[in-house]
Design a protein around this ligand. Structure first.
Ligand code: FES
Ligand code: FES
Length: 168
């Protein structure tokens, strides 16, 4: 039997002390040990993107990272975005633009888009298309996902312009 290791993971701003085997993926530890099942399991080998989370702000496939590698990093999962009662603007846009159908891929797309928009707040439609091409969706045909991300970028840009005007 493999020896377990005590690690501390910071997930959505909270620290979790966890006893894990070095071979356990971050995906499995988030779901089974931390209890956050919003991050979905698809292919488990880095192809589908359903398990995308943010590690230090970067979109990462949680099935390709060991939990022990994530010590000391700031991990964000879909649970950090909003709640069913109070979705964040990106989740709201996915709903309004019909960017989800079965929803299995949605947590991965949301975290991919959240990380992308933080790095590129004013993307072109082609840049959004290029970014979402890394994740698989079998339902939507992608256009509605692109629409939702584009709308969120526009809304955030308008809000930050409004805030800048207010402080002048
Ligand atoms: S489950 Fe991680 S990329 Fe498919
Ligand atoms: S909404 Fe079903 S796989 Fe994307």
């Amino acid at each position: 039997m493999t020896d377990k290791q005590l690690i501390v993971l910071t997930v959505n701003g909270e620290e979790h002390e966890l006893l894990v085997e070095p071979r356990w993926t971050l995906l499995d530890v988030l779901r089974h040990n931390v209890g956050l099942t919003g991050t979905h399991v698809g292919c488990e080998h880095g192809v589908c993107g359903a398990c995308t989370i943010l590690v230090d702000g970067e979109p990462v496939r949680a099935c390709l990272m060991y939990a022990v590698q994530a010590e000391g990093c700031a991990i964000r999962t879909v649970e950090d975005l909003g709640t069913p009662e109070e979705p964040n603007d990106l989740q709201q846009a996915f709903s309004e633009h019909h960017g989800l159908q079965c929803g299995f891929c949605t947590p991965g797309f949301l975290m991919l888009a959240e990380g992308f928009l933080a790095q590129e707040p004013s993307p072109t439609r082609d840049e959004i298309r290029e970014t979402v091409s890394s994740n698989l969706c079998r339902c939507t045909g992608y256009q509605t996902i692109v629409d939702a991300i584009e709308a969120t970028a526009a809304k955030r840009a308008a809000e930050s312009a409004r805030k800048e005007d207010a402080v002048r």
